[in-house]
Design a protein around this ligand. Structure first.
Ligand SMILES: [Zn+2]
Length: 103
């Protein structure tokens, strides 16, 4: 599929459908993930957390830390990966396998 050059952007390789399943991703990334059904909690990796303060939605991948001084939040596993590892958008998408490489 060809696109005119002017419509190309740094987002062009991103394929959201290739993002890992939130359940699989968070089970790998978060220690002591526990929960019921769609919601789970874990110790927050964005601050020195002693109790599970991070709430994650296992359907969408959205996450939020309920400690006001921390306040980490995002809407999907990609946002989590960017925040946790300090990566720009494209690098995080590539790390998660959600970036199409040209052949
Ligand atoms: Zn936190």
């Amino acid at each position: 599929m060809q696109f005119p050059a002017r419509t190309q952007s740094r987002w062009q390789g991103f394929d959201r459908s290739r993002l890992p399943d939130p359940i699989t991703y968070y089970a790998t990334e978060l220690a002591a993930l526990c929960g019921h059904g769609r919601r789970a909690t874990a110790r927050c990796p964005f601050h020195d957390d002693r109790h599970p303060s991070l709430s994650v939605n296992l359907d969408t991948g959205a996450f939020r830390c309920w400690v006001p001084a921390c306040g980490a939040h995002g809407r999907d596993v990609l946002a989590f990966h960017m925040a946790r590892y300090g990566l720009p958008f494209a690098a995080a998408a590539k790390a998660l396998g959600a970036w199409r490489t040209k052949t």
